[in-house]
Design a binder for this molecule. Structure first.
Ligand SMILES: [Zn+2]
Length: 449
């Protein structure tokens, strides 16, 4: 079974297309070079297509189960379509009204929005939005809307100016010029960076949430970008994974260990950083297996396991949090090409018991000394706390109290010291926030005041 840590481009939106597992990344995102002078004319009243299709939710960008009124969903698509329909949970189809060349909208009732909702959930799956060209389905977008749940208390926040307000865990900036996503990331950041640092100071990392739910990849690096609120939860594996990149994972000169920011296939990949298929753009992928030696030459036992939600020993060593003596030999596939081929196109294998299969690919142990010989030793971490400053962009005004409550809660969760339920698209699991994912070896602070 293949699962992705990264959101396939054009397959997401508050909403993800068909991606089920994910955790995010589009490596080096904050360093992405933009086209000079690029502006994203994505606003609803323009007749120019946006760079990335997006969804806006009104009257609030998070839906509230205690509000009875209808909720308007407005899509602006990146291309012209002939028809757009909601296909809701319960099998009801509702056509959207076209209100501009690229813009379509429809109101949904409270019961249509919340029929699939469970109290306490941070998102609700409403159904799909499908677009058609002629009679052909062009795109199916999953509608996972952010919810202000009853777990999210009111937060105190202070208005600093007409375009800035702050709570304990969120700086909200009004920024009407460019939507976040795609090629605009570095433009947006350079436009706001001085204001951000003046307001909250210097942080190890910044998490930046866009003004709308754009169908654009989450990106990592020193700037964690969330063009789409659906994936904004600093307690989820995607956020922890991106912080892993920021902390220098996962690189090695050992040919069986690392693959440009993710690990090669084997037990090294059973952790937060996962593995990467170079032919798929190098995005991080989940490796829900554990290798064990087999007594038949050229074969390996492959155990199906839960996805890992903690950094593994090698990752913690490379972060300077464990010593080399803490890292046991790591069983990795000897023939990486064959292993990648099996992950992409799995063929049936002989069973060795429940959740155990014998794969016809050899494996070998790599010791930490083998790795240090090629990489040099990792120095102990200089500190054991990292800081993340969350900035949520809005346009046309500042966020309201429901919206501030949602974003503050989702940012504060990054500091958690206990596992929590997280929802990333269709993937619902017990997530380990950064402190727990590092087994308590490193703390994370998201306070911005
Ligand atoms: Zn990654």
């Amino acid at each position: 079974m293949k699962s992705t840590f990264c959101i396939p481009e054009k397959s997401v939106i508050s909403i993800i297309l068909f991606s089920i597992f994910l955790v995010g990344c589009n490596e080096g995102g904050s360093n992405t070079q933009s086209q000079p002078g690029y502006s994203n004319p994505a606003f609803p009243n323009s007749e120019t297509p946006p760079e990335n299709s997006y969804l806006e939710i009104s009257p609030e960008r998070v839906v509230d189960p205690s509000d009875a009124g209808p909720i308007t969903l407005t899509f602006k698509f990146e291309t012209e379509v002939d028809r757009a329909e909601f296909w809701l949970v319960g099998n009801l189809r509702i056509s959207l009204d076209q209100i501009g060349k690229y813009t379509w909208k429809q109101d949904l009732t409270h019961s249509q929005i919340f029929q699939n909702y469970n109290a306490g959930d941070t998102f609700v799956f409403v159904g799909y939005c499908e677009t058609f060209v002629g009679s052909s389905l062009r795109q199916r977008l999953n509608l996972h809307l952010p919810v202000r749940s009853d777990l999210m208390p009111d937060v105190d926040y202070t208005i600093l100016s007409s375009d800035m307000q702050i709570s304990d865990h969120v700086l909200n900036l009004r920024h009407d010029e460019l939507l976040l996503g795609g090629s605009t990331i570095s433009f947006v950041w350079s436009a706001i960076e001085d204001s951000v640092q003046e307001a909250i100071g210097i942080y190890d990392y910044y998490a930046l949430v866009g003004q709308v739910n754009a169908i654009a990849n989450r990106t990592g690096g020193s700037l964690l970008c969330f063009p789409n609120t659906t994936f904004f939860d600093l307690a989820n594996k995607g956020a922890v994974h991106e912080l892993g990149h920021g902390l220098g994972l996962a690189f090695s000169n050992h040919p069986l260990i690392a693959n440009y920011g993710h690990w090669r296939l084997g037990n090294a990949a059973h952790g937060i950083m996962g593995w990467a298929d170079p032919s798929a753009g190098g995005q991080g992928l989940n490796f829900p297996y554990w290798l064990e030696t087999n007594n038949v030459e050229g074969t390996t036992k492959l155990w199906l396991t839960e996805q890992a939600t903690e950094f593994n020993d090698l990752e913690l060593y490379k972060m300077g949090l464990l010593t080399e003596d803490d890292v046991a030999p790591i069983l990795q596939f000897s023939d990486q090409e064959a292993a990648v081929n099996w992950m992409i196109n799995p063929y049936s294998l002989e069973s060795c018991g429940i959740n155990c299969q014998v794969i016809d690919i050899p494996s070998e142990y790599i010791t930490i000394d083998d790795i240090i010989t090629l990489d040099g030793p990792t120095l102990p971490a200089a500190g054991t706390n990292i800081t993340v400053g969350t900035i949520v962009l809005s346009r046309g005004g500042l966020l309201n109290s429901d919206e501030m409550a949602f974003y503050d809660y989702m940012s504060a969760r990054g500091e958690g010291t206990e596992p929590v339920q997280v929802m990333e698209g269709f993937s619902v699991y017990e997530g380990k926030p950064f402190y727990t994912a590092t087994r308590g070896l490193m703390t994370l602070s998201t306070r911005v005041r």
